[in-house]
Design a protein around this ligand. Structure first.
Ligand SMILES: *[C@@H]1O[C@H](CO)[C@@H](O)[C@H](O)[C@H]1NC(C)=O
Ligand SMILES: *[C@@H]1O[C@H](CO)[C@@H](O)[C@H](O)[C@H]1NC(C)=O
Ligand SMILES: *[C@@H]1O[C@H](CO)[C@@H](O)[C@H](O)[C@H]1NC(C)=O
Length: 508
């Protein structure tokens, strides 16, 4: 009985004329989807009539957003795991999903023809692609630049008269941010500075052990960041949020080669309360909000507690807390629940993640499904613990995992192959798109619970009143499951492929 039901109602795969399928290319670790000047796989979400639900499936076996329709039933139809869902129990509101406009990203896009660039930007920002809604942009350079620089490298320029956007801003960031915004007018930007100009720092270097901002430059550095915000605003690229600085504890670790600047929780609090906060508040960019931390989650709750202990007025200036995923393995995700409980008005944002970074094997692995799985595992886990958005690192890298002036090679969801004017979409691209494409900003996470030792799940209600369920089966065998929508007494019975990610969507 139940198998007949599954057979007739669920496993009818529909061919959509609206979908352009993945053109796979095999590498030793798996497949990538190949795009060029005239072709890129894409699909527009289409929510079925009320009595049906629709699944979009990607898998280790090579499915990429394959569509499958099913009818709701009124009773449990298989002997699998039971989940229950209710949209009346709501949690955090979503800020968005995306990646980072690093210099390396722009350098790599620039290696492609105009038509291929257009395909790449469409595949990240359009509705037929990932619908990216929240992207990061560094203030000046990072390790993913081809040289060390800031926006004012003239020593002792106290009045910031030599401050200016660089060739990198004009050639690698601004044109593509504008294009992203043109494709998705709701795209928002979050920013961060990796280091103040070297001449403002104790070690006169853009990076290095214990290098920090000299206190006589606290106000000048605040002015510097506001100048950046205004310069981007003048380019019609308003910055929604800026953090207090990228990975401020990196300089405590000897030999970290990347651009960095030390802020302890106490020193950053004094700077925000006395300098940056008031300066921003009285500037033309006062709508830009400030995010704390922008560093690994194992620093929680210590870092935030220390900030409040230093000066409770910090509360006035901080809107959210940004975290990175590196080192997640040494801290429990439950720390987000503690932070949310203690600071309920400060939203949490995962502002940087990438594969191919220590302790993983460094650099690019083409076609790695495992790296896609690491993305989706982190996304689902984070969403279930109050994170409001998940922002990937470099949007685009080359096959070596760069360029990077300090040889800190990593991986990216899109890798360019300029020799053939193509780019490769990695499993990580699909993992992130399985949420970004379906869960627009303003969506709210809702309750889904079950014995999900085997299948990871999270669920949302969108502003359009659709229910979106995100599932991941990391196991090497298929799993049957039933999802009971408690609000309407309708039941989804499905079988989920081994090593697969599935997004289910239906009308509320
Ligand atoms: C682009 O890709 C499509 C689909 O694989 C293919 O038919 C076409 O020949 C490719 N174009 C070029 C210029 O390689
Ligand atoms: C590519 O686009 C740029 C800017 O839109 C334009 O100036 C240039 O002529 C184009 N190049 C080609 C080969 O079409
Ligand atoms: C702020 O905006 C006002 C009005 O548009 C303008 O006159 C002023 O120069 C701006 N200030 C800065 C620092 O850009």
């Amino acid at each position: 009985m139940m198998d007949v039901f599954l057979l007739i109602s669920v496993f009818c795969i529909i061919e959509f004329s609206k979908a352009d399928n993945c053109i796979p290319r095999k590498f030793p670790d798996g497949i990538v989807c190949v795009c060029n000047a005239t072709y890129c796989d894409s699909i527009e979400i289409d929510v079925p009539p009320k009595e049906k639900f629709r699944s979009y499936i990607s898998s280790k076996d090579g499915k990429r957003f394959e569509v499958e329709d099913g009818d709701f039933s009124t009773e449990i139809t298989n002997d699998g795991i039971v989940f229950s869902l209710s949209s009346t129990r709501t949690y955090q509101t979503i800020n968005g999903f995306g990646g980072a406009f690093t210099d390396s990203t722009g350098i790599n896009i620039n290696k492609l023809s105009n038509a291929t660039r257009e395909q790449l930007l469409q595949t990240y920002f359009s509705k037929r692609g990932s619908s990216y809604s929240l992207c990061r942009v560094p203030v000046g350079g990072t390790d993913f630049s081809t040289r060390p620089y800031t926006l004012d490298d003239s020593p002792d320029d106290y009045k910031l008269e030599k401050f200016s956007l660089t060739n990198e801003d004009h050639e690698y960031k601004i044109p593509y941010m504008k294009k992203g915004l043109e494709i998705n007018p709701k795209l928002k930007f979050v920013s961060a500075s990796w280091s103040a100009p070297a001449w403002m720092k104790t070690n006169n270097n853009i990076r290095g052990f214990l290098g920090k901002l000299q206190s006589q430059y606290y106000q000048i550095y605040a002015n510097y960041l506001v100048k950046f915000l205004e310069a981007y605003k003048n380019q019609n690229l308003p910055i929604w949020a800026i953090s207090t600085g990228n990975e401020p504890l990196d300089p405590l670790i000897p030999f970290v080669p990347i651009n960095d600047m030390l802020w302890t929780p106490a020193s950053v609090t004094n700077w925000v309360v006395n300098n940056f906060g008031p300066t921003l508040e009285h500037s033309n960019s006062s709508e830009t909000i400030i995010l704390a931390l922008d560093d690994q989650r194992f620093l929680l709750p210590w870092a935030i507690d220390q900030m409040y202990k230093t000066n409770k007025n910090i509360d006035k200036y901080i809107s959210g807390i940004a975290v990175h995923w590196y080192g997640d393995i040494i801290s429990s995700v439950n720390v987000f629940d503690k932070i949310h409980k203690k600071y309920p008005n400060k939203f949490l944002l995962m502002s940087e993640a990438c594969s191919g970074s220590f302790p993983e094997p460094k650099g690019v692995i083409l076609g790695s499904w495992e790296r896609g799985e690491n993305y989706i595992k982190s996304i689902i886990e984070d969403m279930n613990h109050w994170i409001t958005g998940w922002v990937d690192w470099d949007l685009v890298l080359d096959r070596n995992g760069g360029p990077t002036w300090v040889n800190n090679i990593v991986d990216s969801p899109i890798i360019v192959n300029p020799e053939t004017d193509e780019f490769f979409k990695q499993p990580m691209y699909y993992a992130l798109a399985h949420v970004s494409k379906f869960v627009p900003p303003g969506s709210v996470r809702i309750k889904i619970v079950g014995l999900n030792l085997w299948v990871q799940s999270t669920a949302f209600k969108t502003p359009d009143n659709n229910i979106v369920i995100l599932l991941h089966n990391p196991a090497n065998r298929k799993k049957k499951l039933n999802i009971v929508d408690e609000d309407e007494n309708k039941i989804i019975g499905i079988e989920i492929d081994q090593r697969s990610i599935r997004t289910i969507i239906y009308k509320k």
